[in-house]
Write a protein that binds this ligand. Structure first.
Ligand SMILES: CC(C)(COP(=O)(O)OP(=O)(O)OC[C@H]1O[C@@H](n2cnc3c(N)ncnc32)[C@H](O)[C@@H]1OP(=O)(O)O)[C@@H](O)C(=O)NCCC(=O)NCCS
Length: 177
């Protein structure tokens, strides 16, 4: 993919997509075994399955600086099935990934990377210099993707996520844009 051109299979996420994105998020996190339930301290719901329902996606997309992309797999069917999405927020020189989800049926085919690269490109256009994210310390797939993209661990938030009855640390990862 030419990084200077927009990816033609990614469209901008809008509040009207919230229902389908909420369902996609639940599939990715429940089937992927990373079902987390947590609200972070910034007032925006984090990666929790229960947190990222349609209403919270609408609310998040309505906040200043928030943007996102949806991946449409034209190869799957003529309805352009959405197979993944990412939400991010940029404020001043910093950008943050809020959530990322790829349908389990479409994982490991490059969508996660393409969605992340679209966010990185968009953040650069508004002159963000660093991108941050939080990821559950046991989410090996996501950590592998982020490392593959050049993110490095810069901190740990102890017992940040609640998963059923257990608490899970979050790694804070950062990338120089
Ligand atoms: C994490 C997630 C978004 C990755 O999406 P994906 O589309 O499967 O990832 P990609 O196919 O773009 O992978 C790109 C690279 O990341 C790494 N990677 C991704 N998934 C991996 C896995 N399961 N194991 C090892 N490496 C992996 C690899 O380096 C891969 O490149 P390669 O396939 O050429 O080896 C997806 O697994 C998902 O939705 N998981 C559930 C929800 C979640 O955990 N979201 C992130 C919360 S922070």
């Amino acid at each position: 993919m030419n990084k200077t051109q927009p990816d033609p299979q990614l469209i901008a996420a809008a509040p009207a997509h919230a229902l389908v994105l909420g369902e996609l998020h639940a599939r990715a996190f429940i089937e992927g075994g990373v079902n987390l339930d947590h609200e972070n301290d910034k007032g925006i719901t984090a990666q929790g399955n229960e947190s990222w329902n349609a209403a919270s996606i609408v609310a998040t997309l309505s906040q200043p600086g928030v943007f996102g992309f949806i991946a449409l797999d034209t190869a799957l069917d003529t309805q352009q099935a959405p197979v993944g999405f990412v939400l991010a927020r940029t404020a001043a020189s910093e950008s943050e990934i809020l959530t990322l989800a790829v349908d389990p049926k479409a994982q490991r085919t490059g969508w996660g990377q393409r969605l992340m690269e679209a966010c990185m490109a968009k953040a650069r256009t508004v002159e963000a210099e660093k991108m941050f994210l939080e990821v559950a310390a046991d989410n090996d797939c996501a950590i592998a993707l982020y490392r593959h993209l050049g993110f490095q661990e810069v901190g740990v938030r102890k017992q940040y996520y609640r998963r059923q009855r257990t608490l899970m640390d979050a790694l804070v990862m950062a990338l120089d844009l």
